[in-house]
Design a binder for this molecule. Structure first.
Ligand SMILES: [Zn+2]
Length: 112
């Protein structure tokens, strides 16, 4: 009997990466949007002028590095190493894995 091995699909892995990237984008845009909103309302929502800086600091300096870390450390579905990071260098716009060369959004391990 001949065994046929089906190539594993990376669809679920890319879906998880997409959520991480959207969370990072949401943290960036949410921080900028909330800063603009709080500047426009002069912090009246949070208790007066100057309070918006604390909110902005909390938003930008905690959520953005956390979400950025999750994006850069996302494991490649083929090799398991961080897809966007090699050593101390992180390239979030790289078109392929920095370790094995898997193209971004590749459907399977055999994609070139
Ligand atoms: Zn890889």
């Amino acid at each position: 009997m001949r065994q046929v091995f089906k190539a594993p699909s990376y669809e679920a892995a890319w879906r998880r990466f997409r959520w991480r990237a959207l969370a990072h984008l949401g943290a960036l845009l949410g921080g900028v949007f909330s800063a603009a909103l709080l500047t426009f309302t002069r912090g009246a929502v949070l208790g007066g002028p100057g309070c918006w800086r604390k909110y902005l600091g909390l938003s930008l300096f905690i959520t953005v590095p956390l979400t950025s870390h999750r994006v850069t450390r996302w494991p490649c579905p083929r090799c398991g190493h961080p897809f966007h990071q090699r050593g101390n260098v992180a390239l979030c716009t790289t078109p392929s894995c920095l370790h094995c060369g898997l193209p971004k959004w590749a459907a399977s391990a055999h994609a070139q």
